[in-house]
Design a protein around this ligand. Structure first.
Ligand code: ZN
Length: 433
């Protein structure tokens, strides 16, 4: 899109190719295509030539990243290098290329006179996302209530293509309902579908499993609410979607330029909340915490090994930057046994202390935990606002009243008046409707 915009601004002919167009089975075909392309371009100067996915031909010859067809690729790359060097001084051709893997490109490509300027395009920030949504929103029929401010905030990390897909999904949602215009709720549903997968309506869970799940998610939710450095809660659900049984979503208030140690620690504590709630209430461990533990371990390892956040080890990095697609795939630098053992110990201590903290908070809030889980079992999904009402209401009057009747809450001692002034039944009814 950026290349197209550049050509549009410049008002000159625009030639667009994909790197894979030049990759052929027969040696020499790709190279001759490169020569043809530049011959054509030279006839129409000034012009812009754009090669997408340049890594298909430009992968480093030394790295072996382009396994198979080595010779063909080598020849194609050489042809490209020769053509780029071979512009006569009066040829005005600008060559642009795009790749997701700048790390594997052959260094010859990046020398002065070739692709000597690099622009890193990161995922758009909240302002960018809003503008991208507006661009794609122009092509569909939007209801007048739709404004993209909230949606832009609710889609951190989305790329331009993913935002386009989101608008498309929302249009499908509206069409399925037989509506002519897209509403806010269509966007919200489309976002859930993209982020969490399709609802598995047909899935049968035993009452016991559902109960454990409700406590698990309630545990995450309460910690997200109670920790001062944590992102605010956006949604909490026990409807199984995609691979996950339930989900607790938090949304950052703004795009984080950098993360503080307190923030990362809070994140781990929230992740531990599911397992901690299960242990606290049912005195048992389930596999439901698998994903939580994996993410928590990744964060803890990065804190110790990559960001120097351990007192014992000091400000030192032990990790090799992967440069690949999978975060944490980089591994560790060569080190002695003692250092390795110390790192393992530090990671373990960090995780354990976060788990203990999660248990401590949930024990203190056990009353709220029980109420929240009960409500989740009834209404299945709560958004951030509804969650806040329950937290405000539940800790106060209604719980105390229930305790005086037949309610079996063990932890609650608060007997103030409820500031919201609603009974628990009213809250549940309101949310369910
Ligand atoms: Zn969980």
């Amino acid at each position: 899109m950026l290349a197209k915009a550049v050509a549009g601004e410049a008002g000159v002919p625009f030639y667009s190719f994909s790197g894979s167009d030049f990759v052929e089975m027969f040696v020499g075909v790709g190279a001759s295509r490169v020569r043809d392309l530049f011959k054509e371009a030279k006839k129409n100067t000034p012009c812009i030539v754009f090669i997408d996915e340049i890594d298909a031909v430009g992968a480093s010859r030394a790295s072996g990243a382009s396994a198979g067809g080595q010779e063909e690729r080598g020849q194609t790359l050489n042809a490209l290098l020769v053509e780029m060097d071979g512009f006569a001084t009066d040829d005005t051709i600008v060559v642009l290329a795009a790749t997701n893997r700048p790390d594997i490109l052959d260094s010859a490509l990046k020398r002065p006179g070739r692709f000597d300027r690099q622009i890193n395009i990161l995922a758009p920030d909240v302002k960018g996302r809003k503008q991208i949504l507006e661009v794609h929103g122009r092509k569909v029929a939007l209801h007048s209530e739709v404004v993209f401010d909230d949606l832009a905030k609710a889609t951190p990390g989305f790329t331009g293509a993913e935002l386009a897909n989101l608008v498309n999904e929302a249009a499908l949602m509206a069409a399925r309902k037989g509506r002519e215009q897209i509403l806010n709720e269509d966007f919200e549903k489309a976002r859930d579908r993209i982020l969490m997968g399709i609802e598995r309506k047909g899935m049968v869970m035993s009452d016991k499993d559902r109960k454990i799940l409700a406590y698990h998610e309630a545990g995450h939710g309460i910690l997200a609410n109670k920790l001062p450095h944590s992102d605010p809660l956006h949604k909490i659900t026990i409807v199984p979607r995609g691979m996950a049984l339930g989900q607790t979503q938090q949304l950052p208030i703004s795009d984080h330029p950098a993360y503080s140690k307190e923030y990362l620690r809070s994140k781990i504590i929230v992740l531990m909340g599911g397992r901690a709630a299960e242990e606290l209430i049912f005195k048992q461990q389930t596999t439901g915490a698998q994903g939580d533990l994996l993410t928590a371990t990744h964060i803890a390892t990065d804190m110790i090994c990559r960001w120097g956040m351990s007192k014992t080890l000091g400000p030192q990095s032990f990790s090799i930057e992967s440069g690949g697609f999978i975060a944490g795939a980089g591994g560790r630098l060569p080190m002695g046994h003692d250092t390795a053992r110390l790192i393992d110990q530090e990671v373990n201590e960090l995780l354990s202390s976060c788990y203990d903290e999660a248990v401590r908070i949930l024990k203190k809030e056990q009353c709220l935990l029980e109420n929240l889980a009960e409500i989740l079992l009834q209404v299945e999904t709560l958004d951030g606002e509804e969650f806040d009402i329950i937290v405000n209401c539940s800790v106060k009057k209604e719980v105390a009243a229930m305790k005086e009747s037949e309610h079996t809450c063990r932890a609650c001692t608060v007997k103030e008046d409820c500031s919201v002034g609603q009974s628990m039944e009213e809250v549940v009814d309101e949310i369910a409707s």
